[in-house]
Write a protein that binds this ligand. Structure first.
Ligand SMILES: [Mg+2]
Length: 397
């Protein structure tokens, strides 16, 4: 992609490319052939896709350059491989300022989507240095390493195109923090679990419709979260607290939730939940899933019945962001190494406080304001946004 400019002060180098059917011993065979000329290896990359190998080596040019060229071709011809030896000088061009990892998730991942996204990268001044597949299941995920454009600018350039192409794209600055220990904080209702816990309680209290009305009013912006929570909890007054066990059993984890948490824990991440829902349910999730931190509201119980009130300070939109900061401080993880995942308007402050905010199957207002969005219903796809491959996920069983 980049013009190689020969410079007098740089040593001559040879780019050796081999393509063909993969089989054991090819890499050894090529380097044994090159070793006969005493060359040094400057760079070396190899990829195998569906049984075909592409092997590219940049080596110093020996005095007997013509002879090396002929020997490489002979070696390749004998194995029905295509070979090319290109003369030049020096190493790869230095990578531009600004390095990012761009993860693209598609289900399916279309050629049209990749054409559009890569065009935006080029227009933004970026160069694609490397591409590889992270996963083929449950979605196709590829990672592009891009240099030459600031991460924020690249994110802004790609977000509208991702929406137009119906793929999910995450742009994360490359650097050491990507490999460092991190903290992942998740919303619960409609993120970690498929349900809205207040609705599960309401069904037992026979007030589902009234609760739904209040929820709708809150969504129209007629009530703030704390008001709407108090109004909905008031409808549970008198309900026997023994329904907690039933509601715990009714909660359905989001597909991929266990895989996400198990993988993060084995890789040394800390995992937290923050919920505008209730500790009566989140305590159980913490225990079942082995989570590190949790914050939620507590339904007040007196004489075995819900009073229709919550105890203490309410975890609302601002409260969720505050909890993220608190957990990060307790875990000893800088905020830029935190990841927040949520679907609702009350997650927005938390998503924007985190180093990476992921809108998970979120409402458009949340999707547009977050750093990145996942629009497939599998929570484990968040792992790919962190650069974790499916192979790594499966090693962690
Ligand atoms: Mg939610």
């Amino acid at each position: 992609m980049n013009a190689q400019v020969a410079r007098a002060d740089e040593p001559r180098t040879l780019l050796v490319k081999v393509f063909g059917k993969d089989r054991p011993g090819l890499t050894t065979g090529l380097f044994t052939t090159l070793a006969g000329y005493g060359v040094d290896v400057v760079d070396f990359e190899q990829v195998v896709i569906r049984g075909r190998i592409v092997l590219v080596a940049l080596v110093t040019a020996p005095p007997a350059e013509g002879e090396l060229r002929a020997t490489v071709h002979q070696w390749a011809d004998a194995r029905k491989l295509q070979a090319e030896v290109i003369s030049g000088s020096g190493d790869n061009r230095p990578r531009g300022e600004g390095r990012s990892h761009v993860t693209v998730l598609g289900n399916p991942l279309t050629a049209a989507a990749l054409a559009a996204l890569t065009a935006r990268i080029t227009e933004a001044g970026g160069n694609i240095d490397r591409v590889f597949r992270l996963a083929k299941y449950p979605v196709t995920a590829v990672e592009l390493n891009v240099s030459g454009v600031l991460t924020e600018e690249l994110r802004a350039a790609l977000a509208p195109e991702a929406a137009a192409q119906r793929v999910d794209v995450a742009v994360v600055a490359s650097g050491l923090q990507r490999r460092a220990k991190r903290l992942v904080v998740m919303d619960v209702d409609s993120t970690l679990i498929q349900d809205e816990v207040i609705e599960l309680f309401a069904a037992h209290a026979g007030c589902e419709e009234k609760v739904a009305e209040v929820t709708a009013a809150a969504m129209r912006g007629e009530l703030d979260f704390a008001e709407s929570l108090r109004a909905r909890v008031a409808l549970l007054e008198g309900l026997d607290a023994s329904v907690v066990e039933k509601v715990r059993a009714e909660v359905r984890l989001t597909p991929g939730a266990r895989t996400l948490i198990r993988t993060l824990k084995r890789l040394g991440y800390q995992v937290a939940i923050v919920s505008g829902g209730f500790t009566q349910v989140t305590d159980d999730l913490v225990e079942r899933l082995g989570l590190d931190f949790a914050a939620a509201n507590t339904l007040e119980v007196v004489d075995g019945k819900f009073t229709g009130r919550v105890v203490g300070e309410i975890v609302d939109r601002a409260g969720k962001a505050r909890m993220l900061r608190r957990f990060a401080a307790e875990a000893g993880v800088p905020l830029e190494q935190t990841v927040a995942i949520g679907d609702g308007a009350n997650d927005l402050d938390m998503l924007n406080t985190a180093g990476l905010g992921v809108a998970f199957n979120a409402k458009p207002v949340v999707r547009e304001a977050a750093h990145t969005a996942v629009n497939v219903p599998f929570l484990d796809t968040v792992l790919y946004l962190l650069g974790i491959t499916r192979d790594e996920v499966e090693e962690v069983v």
